[in-house]
Design a binder for this molecule. Structure first.
Ligand code: IPM
Ligand code: MG
Length: 370
């Protein structure tokens, strides 16, 4: 059996707590002989800054490059509010994305039937929801230069961020979206602001041209990003795959995640290009939720997004889609049995902690695979 090299970067806040639960699942899969992992661990975010003075060390970057996949918990927290901008915890995450060229960020938003009432939207709007946001992750205003604050010398300052996209960047992310749509309900909605941004004009033209050239079998629709935000809360089931740029994807994926009831539920995958010779691609998997410093260290965080992120690693990096299916079924199973962490608690219902949820998922997994 192939041994998969996995790097765990637990990070800050609730990161270590939810990572402990994913380790429980990894150990179980290993012990059962279902999959074999060589696991390494390192620091990222504020904890790395405390230890090394940088939010991700060069040594950790080397480990990340050598791994078959990275599982990252979360970064950041008020403790590091005063650190220099270039060393803030988020910079560690951004360096991993950029240096590993993880341009394709897949953020599924799936509403488990058992949780339809945890959403702030009506049950009929979200029940059975299954959409996938494909966010461009290494370009746009996150990385465009110049990016600076200038002192104009007259008591004024000027802040500049630059939104920049090249054709190839739009082409490759759109191709990922079209390919994924073919495995789903075969529809892509592309979101930009061509009415105010030149990058939006190029985005729309490039997606349209690629569609005409290679993906005529997929239904393509364009929406302005602001209007799409509105449609997401009005009737989200109209969407299948949404493809958009780095900043719009950041915002739209937070909206999409809340449709499902809790940020604590959603995993994500950040993928690089497939290497033509090895067939491998750099990949990092992480929950969409943040470090939640307000609840960190209390053992009450929801580990489902982190465990789901391992599921995505099995599916997209290790060719173990069948095991990923079982993990997803185990998550659905514990939810159907009424087990809830605080964030997804039914009104007045009982709650369990992080470790109990991890244990319950492993027990359900054991049932699924028996
Ligand atoms: C996300 C986060 C990050 C982002 C932050 C932590 C830098 O919000 O992954 O969505 O803006 O991309
Ligand atoms: Mg975000």
């Amino acid at each position: 059996m192939a041994t998969h090299k996995l790097l765990l970067l637990a990070g800050d806040g609730i990161g270590p707590e939810v990572t402990a639960e994913v380790k429980r699942v990894i150990s179980w899969l290993d012990a059962q002989g279902i999959a074999s992992f060589a696991v390494e661990e390192d620091l990222v975010g504020g904890c790395a800054y405390d230890a090394h003075g940088v939010p991700v060390s060069d040594a950790a970057m080397e480990r990340a490059k050598a791994a078959d996949a990275i599982l990252l918990g979360a970064v950041g927290g008020p403790k590091w509010a005063g650190v220099p901008y270039e060393h803030r915890p988020e910079a560690g995450l951004l360096r991993l994305r950029k240096d590993l060229s993880l341009f394709a960020n897949l953020r599924p938003a799936l509403c488990y039937p058992a949780l339809a009432d945890a959403s702030s939207l009506k049950r009929e709007v979200v029940e059975g929801l299954d959409i996938l946001i494909v966010r461009e992750l290494t370009g746009g205003v996150y990385f465009g230069e110049p990016k600076t604050i200038l002192d104009l010398g007259n008591g004024q300052k000027r802040a500049i961020d630059t939104q920049v996209y090249d054709t190839y960047e739009i082409d490759r992310i759109a191709a990922v979206a079209f390919e994924l749509a073919r495995t789903r309900r075969n529809k892509v909605t592309s979101a930009e602001k061509h009415n105010v941004m030149r990058s939006g004009v190029l985005w729309k033209d490039t997606v349209t041209a690629l569609h005409a050239k290679d993906y005529k079998d997929v239904e393509l629709e364009h929406q302005l990003a602001d209007s799409l935000a509105m449609q997401l809360v009005r009737w989200p089931k109209q969407f299948d795959v949404i493809v958009t740029d780095n900043l719009f994807g950041d915002i739209l994926s937070d909206i999409a995640s809340m449709l499902t009831g809790s940020l604590g539920m959603l995993p994500s995958a950040s993928l690089g290009a497939v290497d033509a010779t090895t067939g491998k691609r750099a990949a990092m998997y992480e929950p969409v939720h943040g470090s939640a410093p307000d609840i960190a260290g209390r053992g009450i965080a929801n580990p489902i997004a982190m465990i789901g992120s391992l599921g995505m690693a099995l599916r997209y990096s290790f060719g173990l889609g069948d095991v990923a299916d079982k993990i997803e079924a185990a998550i659905a199973g514990v939810l159907a049995a009424g087990l809830r962490t605080a964030d997804i608690r039914a009104p007045g219902g009982p709650i369990i902690g992080t470790a109990d949820m991890g244990e319950a998922i492993v027990a359900e997994l054991a049932k699924q695979t028996a």
